[in-house]
Design a protein around this ligand. Structure first.
Ligand code: ZN
Length: 432
């Protein structure tokens, strides 16, 4: 494999506390050297002056829809969307059709990935068979086949007893259990956050307690039975307060928040005139919640940003608000949205943003990459923080054009992406 030399970029590599102008040399698909003014013979040069050079992003939560729902997305389109967003590693949720709930299912997913994926994809396995919430899957065998975490995401684990057992296996096997926290009785058939907007619009509501009551339960279970509890898509201030307390106590709990919950509020449902692309689960919350999430991200109480990329077909969203599917196609806008809305406004530093997208997710799920240390995989992004672009869902390579950001102008763009030293996108143009 050829040598690539990335010159004069601002290297931001939080794992090594590096932030400055350096050259980066890639050889044999690995990071070979980082220092000032490297010169070597026979290397392809990429000029990164004015750009940020960072580890490729690692997404702990995305839905690639394959097998079974390829009309929404498949591994090829989803991973190309990931590359456009700067993500070089993804954890794929197992709520496919059928669910990834056995060793054989993990193996067949691994085959699809090796045939089609443009980025690294790590399958997550289901906690329960068929994600029905009753019988635990064979986690040990599924891990041997390549599952990196277990989750019934899309659905909560309603049985406390099943959750207890899952955490006990998590403890024994050293694997994270990622939980979608939602009390289904409280959430009912709600479609927006319970509060001012649900009242104004007369839409069925999901109370914040639907999330935080389940967070409280699972923290109690984690305290008593151990395991690594990873709380997916946290969306409320009350959940943050509970997680903060549990972390202070030293429980093995980590959590993620999505780009949309960090930047958008329930007001967008009204302002967009009931655009069903604002319909997401958990729902967009209030500015008080958003502020708590952003502060918690800044402090490290929120460990990582994960997209919960949830692509849907046009028809799935082209319905009355109450009937449309939940979810946002988020991979292609994540970095730009976060940079535009949080970094440029001074709420989060660039260093913290990149850490929450790279080394921290890689570390908590024990995945390769996330750093530019010598010998690590040459998974990199080159970012143009000054570039402004307008979001046009028709340009998405994801099968899901469902974004509430259509027409938004965002500052900050992913320019070039490498996976294992291969250029997958260059100057904003996909090469895969
Ligand atoms: Zn979920």
């Amino acid at each position: 494999m050829q040598r690539i030399l990335i010159k004069n970029g601002q290297v931001v590599d939080p794992a090594n506390e590096r932030d400055g102008i350096y050259d980066v040399l890639l050889e044999q698909g690995q990071v070979a050297a980082i220092s000032e003014n490297i010169s070597v013979d026979g290397a392809e040069i990429i000029d990164a002056e004015g750009c940020i050079v960072a580890p490729g992003f690692v997404d702990l939560h995305c839905h690639l829809r394959e097998p079974g729902q390829e009309y929404k997305e498949d591994v090829a389109s989803g991973t190309r969307a990931a590359i456009r967003g700067g993500f070089t590693s993804l954890v794929a949720m197992p709520n496919t059709e059928p669910a990834i709930d056995s060793e054989a299912a993990v193996r067949s997913m691994a085959e699809i990935i090796s045939e089609k994926a443009a980025a690294r994809v790590y399958p997550a396995g289901a906690i329960t068979r068929g994600q029905k919430g009753r019988d635990l899957t064979e986690m040990g065998g599924m891990m041997q086949a390549g599952a990196v975490a277990f989750t019934d995401d899309g659905l909560p684990v309603t049985s406390s007893r099943v959750m207890q057992l899952a955490l006990q296996y998590s403890d024994m096997l050293g694997v994270p259990i990622s939980v979608h926290e939602e009390d289904p009785d409280l959430a009912g058939d709600g479609v927006v956050n319970r509060g001012r907007i649900s009242t104004l619009l007369g839409l069925p509501a999901i109370p914040t307690a639907a999330e935080s009551a389940m967070v409280a339960r699972d923290l109690e279970l984690c305290r008593e039975f151990g395991g690594h509890l990873h709380i997916a898509h946290v969306s409320t201030r009350n959940s943050i307060d509970l997680i903060r307390k549990a972390k202070d106590e030293g429980l093995k709990v980590t959590c993620e928040v999505t780009p949309h919950h960090l930047t958008l509020t329930e007001d967008l449902v009204r302002e967009s005139n009931y655009d069903t692309n604002t319909k997401v689960n958990p729902p967009l919350r209030t500015s008080t919640d958003v502020e708590a999430l952003v502060n918690a991200l800044s402090e490290g109480i929120v460990d990582v940003i994960a997209t919960d990329h949830a692509p849907h077909s046009f028809d799935d969203k082209d319905k009355e608000y109450i009937f449309a599917d939940f979810g946002i196609s988020g991979l292609e806008t994540a970095f730009s949205l976060l940079h535009d809305q949080l970094v440029l406004k001074g709420d989060i530093t660039m260093n913290r943003l990149i850490a929450a997208l790279t080394v921290v997710p890689a570390t908590i799920f024990d995945l390769p990459g996330g750093t530019l240390s010598q010998g690590e995989p040459a998974d990199l992004v080159i970012l143009r923080p000054q570039d402004e672009w307008a979001v046009n869902p028709d340009d998405f390579v994801s099968g899901g054009k469902n974004t509430p950001l259509a027409g938004w102008s965002l500052t900050g763009r992913v320019d070039t992406v490498l996976v294992a030293g291969r250029i997958m996108m260059r100057d904003g143009e996909l090469q895969c």
